[in-house]
Design a protein around this ligand. Sequence first.
Ligand code: BG6
Length: 465
Amino acid sequence: MTFPKEFLWGGATAANQCEGAYLEDGKGLSTADIMTAAAENSPRKITDGIIDGEYYPSHRAVDHYHRFKEDIALFAEMGFKTYRMSIAWSRIFPNGDDEVPNEAGLKHYDEVFDTCLQYGIEPIVTLSHFETPLGLLKYGSWENRKVIDYFLRYCETVFKRYKDKVKYWLTFNEINVLSTKPWMAAGVHSDDEQVRMTTAFHQLLASAKAVQMAHEIDQANQVGMMYNGHVAYPASSDPQDIQQTNDFMHQMLFYADIQCRGHYPAYKLKEFELKGIVLPVQDGDLEELKKGTVDFVSFSYYLTHVVGKDSPLSFTGLNGVKTGYKNPHLQSSQWGWAIDPAGLRYLCNVLYDRYELPLIVVENGLGAVDKVEEDGSIHDSYRIDYVRDHLIELKKAIDIDGIPVMGYTMWGPFDIISASTGEMKKRYGFIYVDVDNDGNGTFERRKKDSFYWYKRVIASNGEVL
Ligand code: BG6
């Protein structure tokens, strides 16, 4: 038996990509609510408030806010042991800086967690998944140290409220996306390295304080960091390609280095010195980072990169770091992401060798266009192949490399809005949701072939793939 008996099989979502109900029950606007969908060849726009005539996919998304009971019942039917989801901070503190939390928002998540627990599904909760209350922009969002206190007020509220319901927490989704898409990660628009590193420092400090707070409120709490699984291979054996690849990995891994080891690594401090970047460190901050290291490492994994001395290394595009090379050994998804199951095992090794902390894959999956047949069935064998091939490699990480892997939550178990494009047609789900790119449809849920397949996988605890 490869997968441990208590292996957490499940799926993962983010509030702004599935809930909708963007102003319901007192919710305030978040940074996600002013992002349009991408059009052909042009990226998602961030508008100044909500503009008439623009389409904002988060506003209705796939209506999980109203249909969570149905969705969780379908998870239970597949045998899920866990549901990784996020709390929309702006449901709890609508403006971000409110003195008192919004009871209706808190009550909603009580119901969501109760529904999970009723089926024996363990919630894994991301505190901040690509949405910051828009009200915090008046302070400059995460560039301002004040926001740490507002975030901690939110953390304290939810840690206390859900003490008996939630024990697995993740602080910031894909914190290293701060280097690629600072708007999504932190509500900050800037290419300036000083601004980004100040923002990152504030989030890292907030994360370290949140970890300690979670432990103080309940010793049973386990808090993880969440790494966007960027991993790169050198383009050749040319030592310069190897060096460039190492530089690339430093740009991504330094966040994890701090959250797992409790201090800025030497390579980053030297880079700051050479570039004249100064962190706004106050007395006691470095001790906080040290005391607030995480209990486990969670990560997303979709693709690998190829890096070489001629790589532009431009960190643009969510999940789409442009490294300049296509891997000739790999096929790509319809969205151009290199499909690399073996890379999952490789990344598990990179992370475990470096941190020796338990790992959990909290996102992995294939965004693809699905076809609904006349009889309503959806034959998504490509998705089954993708997930199966990745699970085979995950098994090797456990069986051959001896890595403790706590679980696997497939991204978007029901179709949700794509973060990078705002599209609906980039579908990940085992469950089809009848909504199109413009938000039209019945919102009805349908089981795809992969639904039945994943159910068998879980029933056999991963022995039958
Ligand atoms: C991860 C994010 O980067 O990738 C998710 O944490 C996102 O929010 C997922 O949805 C897949 O990306 P996309 O763009 O296909 O939705």
